[in-house]
Design a protein around this ligand. Structure first.
Ligand code: NAG
Ligand code: NAG
Length: 616
């Protein structure tokens, strides 16, 4: 009796102290373990598919769901409900139209230029069903970049949404000259060479497309998603079935269920909305509310109307919501979780104070990357969470980065140096069989550029994420900055080199150096000898060729570009001197949409920006 009691109290004491130890030293142990087990279970499921070569794709999963829950709403768009069966049948019809009227076959690539609408999904699924890969084109991109997108993914066919006239504004003839076959989501179209889809829908069969062996390998490309990388024009990131399956597990890993209503206000041509949002909805068998465009004033009304429980965001979106006038209804909704990235600490706090205890799950990972962090704890200001088990599964490192020379620091043997806990470093992710890097379509060079070799030992290979991050003692990972030639603006990566190329088209410009200073895009420009600066001409070129988010707000004239010892254009000092006109001796111009020009940036203009009178 005594013995057993002694044993019992010892055990209780043991459990208690273990509990206290766990609480103090490993406060997140159970949450971490639970989350990792979940992620690993999903991983094992995927590995089993691979082993049994019984390939299951997100498309297969959708067809399965359409049989299991045909009458369940899949997409709600502008108040209209589309069930799983609706989308299944409409995509079958489209697939039959493509099979009968085109030479498209398994393995061909088709470009899709469409704004958010249910038919985006129907066309995507239809093409997937006949075994084509699909390239999602950004509806903001302008002519030059768009033509480049076709060549890089090898697409010969384009499907355009019903607003085709706006989307193809001015360069339809170029496409047709290049023998691109154009299909529009319309009943009829004035241009005889453009094929139409809607008029053929009614007579097309809604039967399942004969099961062509859709895929033979889980690693074959299924999508091309364009990203602005660190250099040049948009690049087509290759998305394999494996990657889309992994992304589709996101909501589920954060605790989503089939009862969730998921709000998708982001553009479908980006991986967040298509892979995580739509893929995730399919994986759960849930319902999504798809928005044509995000609207800050509509957001909460929609959430209340449709009983939304999960929403997707980018950081700016939450900021816009916080800037809306306060109402008594701010906390009246069923939203329990947000999934996205780029949420700043201050906005995060404001958002939760104002709209209630919504768990914000940051996901870090680029479209083309082979590494992903998920902040399943919901700690404010962090993009992800790491621990020793995670490090066994995902090999990544933070290395010291020289901001002035704009490159990683090296030791005497030419290898990179790891940072200490809490220090900021460049995030590198190891390329291995477990986390392969699929790279970009059409260019080995681009893919190779993203890879760093001989990083810590001879022969190793890492993907350079281009992101500066820090990891604290507890394993929380914070995003600090982007390096090199990209900046993020309204959720888009903007390659400064693309902006540079466009500005270089203007005749009076000799040399350009684009950089960003906080949220303002600045281009330092050298005017050719015997030429003068023409704000109107520059404005015209910029508006014609660059999407709104990439246009430089300021133009700074310089006599000569400052060079570093490595002859890289020197951005660092330019960034330091900022944009206060009293601090800059060289002429400075600011974009003015009313006057359709770049106008001199005077003290008065500066003051009106500070007071909020003038918006940038
Ligand atoms: C939202 O939930 C309420 C209460 O649970 C219910 O009465 C209402 O019908 C739901 N609305 C929709 C669009 O499902
Ligand atoms: C002016 O530029 C210097 C660096 O050249 C910087 O340290 C300082 O903060 C700037 N002042 C203002 C008001 O922006």
């Amino acid at each position: 009796m005594f013995l057993s009691l002694g044993w019992l109290s010892a055990a209780v004491a043991g459990i208690l102290s273990a509990h206290i130890l766990q609480k103090t030293c490993f406060p997140y142990l159970w949450k971490d373990l639970f989350f990792l087990l979940k992620v690993m279970r999903y991983g094992v499921k995927l590995e089993l598919y691979k082993l049994r070569s019984e390939v299951c794709t997100v498309m297969d999963r959708f067809i399965q769901q359409a049989q299991l829950i045909p009458d369940k709403p899949f997409v709600i768009f502008e108040g209209q409900i589309y069930t799983y069966r609706d989308v299944e049948q409409r995509s079958n019809r489209l697939a039959h139209i493509f099979l009968q009227n085109t030479n498209l076959r398994k393995g061909d690539c088709v470009a899709l230029l469409m704004n958010n609408e249910p038919d985006f999904l129907c066309v995507w699924f239809a093409l997937a069903k006949i075994g084509c890969s699909i390239a999602f084109l950004n509806t903001n991109i302008k002519s030059r970049s768009l033509m480049h997108c076709f060549t890089s993914c090898g697409a010969k066919t384009l499907v355009v949404g019903s607003d085709v006239a706006d989307l193809l504004d001015g360069f339809l003839s170029t496409l047709l000259e290049d023998n691109i076959e154009v299909w529009a989501m319309k009943r009829s179209f004035e241009h005889p060479q453009v094929h139409t889809l809607l008029d053929k829908l009614d007579t097309a069969s809604s039967k399942r497309v004969p099961a062509v062996p859709r895929t033979t390998n889980i690693k074959t490309p299924t999508l091309y998603i364009f990203t602005s990388g660190t250099t040049g024009l948009p690049k087509a990131a290759v998305i394999s079935h494996l990657q889309s399956l992994k992304a589709a597990g996101g909501f589920w890993a954060f605790g989503g269920t089939q009862d969730d209503i998921i709000y998708i206000p982001l553009p479908l041509y980006h991986s967040a909305a298509s892979l995580i949002g739509i893929g995730g909805t399919i994986e759960l068998g849930a319902t999504c509310v798809l928005k044509k465009k995000f609207s800050a004033s509509q957001f909460w009304k929609d959430c209340r109307k449709y009983n939304v429980t999960i929403f997707q965001y980018i950081g700016e979106l939450c900021r816009y919501l916080c800037n809306q006038p306060k109402t008594e209804l701010d906390k009246v909704h069923k939203v329990r979780m947000g999934v996205g990235n780029g949420l700043r600490q201050d906005v995060w706090r404001d958002f939760q104070n104002r709209f209630g205890d919504i768990k914000m799950c940051e996901v870090y990972g680029s479209t083309e990357g082979n590494l992903c962090f998920m902040n399943h704890i919901g700690k404010i200001g962090t993009v992800g969470r790491s621990n020793f088990i995670y490090k066994l599964l995902f090999k990544y490192d933070l290395v010291k980065y020289d901001m002035v020379r704009d490159e990683p620091e090296k030791d005497e043997h030419g290898f990179c140096k790891r940072v200490l806990h809490g220090e900021t470093g460049l995030l590198l992710s190891k390329v291995s069989a477990l986390s392969p890097f699929f790279g970009y379509a059409g260019s080995k060079q681009l893919t190779e550029k993203k890879i760093m070799r001989n990083v810590f030992v001879k022969g190793d290979a890492y993907v350079n994420t281009g992101d500066l991050m820090a990891e604290d003692q507890e394993g929380f990972i914070c995003f600090r900055d982007r390096v090199g030639d990209t900046f993020r603006w309204k959720g888009e990566n903007v390659a400064t080199t693309e902006v540079t190329e466009i500005l270089g088209l203007v005749d009076f410009i000799q040399e350009v150096n684009v950089f960003y200073f906080y949220v303002s895009r600045v281009a330092a420009v050298i005017v050719r000898p015997d030429h003068h600066f023409d704000g109107k001409k520059l404005f015209e070129c910029v508006v014609q060729n660059l999407p709104g988010y990439a246009r430089p707000l300021f133009i700074r004239l310089q006599e000569e570009m400052e060079m570093t010892s490595t002859f890289k254009q020197q951005k660092f000092r330019l960034v330091q001197s900022g944009f206060d006109p009293s601090n800059i001796s060289e002429p400075l111009f600011v974009i003015d949409y009313k006057l359709e020009s770049y106008i001199p940036f005077t003290k008065t203009v500066y003051q009106s920006i500070l007071t909020g009178e003038r918006k940038l």
